[in-house]
Design a protein around this ligand. Sequence first.
Ligand SMILES: Nc1ncnc2c1ncn2[C@@H]1O[C@H](COP(=O)(O)OP(=O)(O)O)[C@@H](O)[C@H]1O
Ligand SMILES: [Mg+2]
Length: 369
Amino acid sequence: MIKSFAQEHFEIKQFFRKAAEFIRLIMKNALLNNTLSAFATMISGVGTAVVLWYGALQVKAENMSLGSLLYFYSSVGVLFSPLITLTNMNVITQRLLTVLGRVFSILDEEVTIKDSENAVDLAEVNGAVSFRHVWLKYEGSDEYALKDINFDVPPGCTVSLVGPSGAGKSSLVNLLLRLYDPTEGDILIDGHNIKDVKLTSLRSHIGLVPQEAILFSGTIAQNIRYGRFDATPQQVINAAKTAEIHDFICSLPEKYETQIGERGMSLSGGQKQRLALAMALLTDPAILILDDSTSALDAETETRLWATLNRIMANRTCFVITHRISTAMSAQLILVLDKGRIVERGTHEELIARSGIYRRLFEQQRTAA
Ligand SMILES: Nc1ncnc2c1ncn2[C@@H]1O[C@H](COP(=O)(O)OP(=O)(O)O)[C@@H](O)[C@H]1O
Ligand SMILES: [Mg+2]
């Protein structure tokens, strides 16, 4: 980014400004520290001098023996050195308190989304999903991201979510996984309010392929297996085949053992999307969510992938977020979102019959194609 905007000069200046500030603080710290210990040394020096001077006077006046003075003098020495150490302790303590303050500010962060007291496990999920008057306002924002969302999806049905970016499509599916809780309203899966279901149980039944796939440092096999640690190597390969990424993996010298992520090779957006898809498919979820999951693929791979995806989607509930009407049109239910509201709903034919946003998008994309 910096190179492409030719901003090296600006960034170097920024860096030097930060570095200069850092050096200034280090100097200040050293100055204060040294002043403090010089002060402590001076006090101990002066103290010792006073003891010796007064002691010498007493010895001379024969009020005290030389032995007592020397004994007292060495005791004072023993007393002063811990005192000097104590003044240095303060510096160390202050530094530690700053560090601990930061650590505790993270540890003290309240976890708002957690299991309710009587949370239950869902052993089997058919995949009926209902949203009942769901409103969502993100913390720190004053606009509702979702407004009065209502719909019912029977098990095995495919729902397409379309609408401009920022309409609330990703927010809607994130609520299903309880990544956030709705501000108002309820979400039901097979009639169970998801607030009363154990989080691990809820999430094990839902496969999410996020808009921006995030992979972990490790091998390709480890990444795919993240969905289900007990999967067999054959299951991993099958998931990769379905996600149309197996051939690519086999073209790599180390195949499934190739390191990816921070310390390994980097993948293209489309390759990441397909790995994330393999990860989600491995868990064989009752509810599958594809958040713009094929947007980074070339047209040919995308068509091939959708042929297999349609087969996989046939016997489970699916939410498909997409920009392409050609992808959305085959769904049994299409929800058109705009500014957090469902503005149109129905099948492709029903929505085309109306002259709304959906029909306009359809015509725009048809003329573009
Ligand atoms: N984690 C978040 N915190 C605050 N605001 C968010 C967050 N995620 C999304 N939003 C806001 O909510 C609105 C809907 O976003 P999103 O659901 O991502 O839309 P879409 O997926 O349709 O593009 C946007 O205005 C966005 O800025
Ligand atoms: Mg989105």
